[in-house]
Design a protein around this ligand. Sequence first.
Ligand SMILES: [Zn+2]
Length: 320
Amino acid sequence: MSQPSLLSATEYAGGVVCIDTGYVRERLAGCYLLEAEDCVAFIETGTSATVPHMLSLLEARGWTREQVRYVIVTHVHLDHAGGAGLLMQQLPEAEFLVHPRGARHMIDPSRLEASVRAVYSDDYFEDTFAPLVPIAAERTREMREGDTIKLGTRKLRFIDTPGHARHHFCVWDEQTRGWFTGDTFGISYRELDTENGFFIFPTTTPIELDPPRLHESVGRLLEADPEWMYLTHFGRVGNPWLLGPQLLAALDAMVDIAERNEHDDQRGKRIRSELKDWLFDAARGHGVGLSDARLHELLANDIELNAQGLEVWLQRRART
Ligand SMILES: [Zn+2]
């Protein structure tokens, strides 16, 4: 397993710390330490390679491993949950909280592992995700729509947010009026911040994209009148009421690109090139002044994954 080169963490107001997981590159994927008076929780875990960094951050901030009450993953995609099993081994008092549709894949990760090996490759799996450690069923709790937990005096509420994946929930932190959004509220990289604010777009990765349900889920997040969104990709963003419509407009544009090319015999190629043009134009319109080469570095991976997810969605829709 490859190690991210350096530990980088950002502390926000209200006892929320974002840890760079080191997945793929710096500031691409984060996980969070949520602090109460005498106990803490991790939300998202990165991959197994992230775990040593999470443990050293815990220690650096003066917490013992026994004080970690919960390890929470928004969904079971491996950039969010891949390190959970290895992390749980190090945290004797922690309970693992996961969506009901994701729980069995964390208790027995063999199907998850097989599908990742099939989609990427054995080498990629070994380099990026191995080992995937199972989590004991008796340490796992399934969190359903409306469930709440106490973390010291903090109250966390869970809502079911399908659309990116059916095994996805979001976590409301009452204390900071913020959502831990996983992938439901899309992607916003700090490199693309401008004087116009945050640049945001959806992640439509395979294999359970459902645009209408993603619309509904984003709407439900906004209904809570949040002050902050804690994104996995990447970090805390404000002004959710401005970002929500931008995110949904970008989703509509991407769905439109997929639908317009549905019956084209060069479908995959056309979707990729139109997604790229759309995203680059949108970033330019937002005032991003980076070179095309730098934009390509930052966005090529998401363009590829979004294209794959949109195509899987078209195929599924054509069958039903
Ligand atoms: Zn993700």
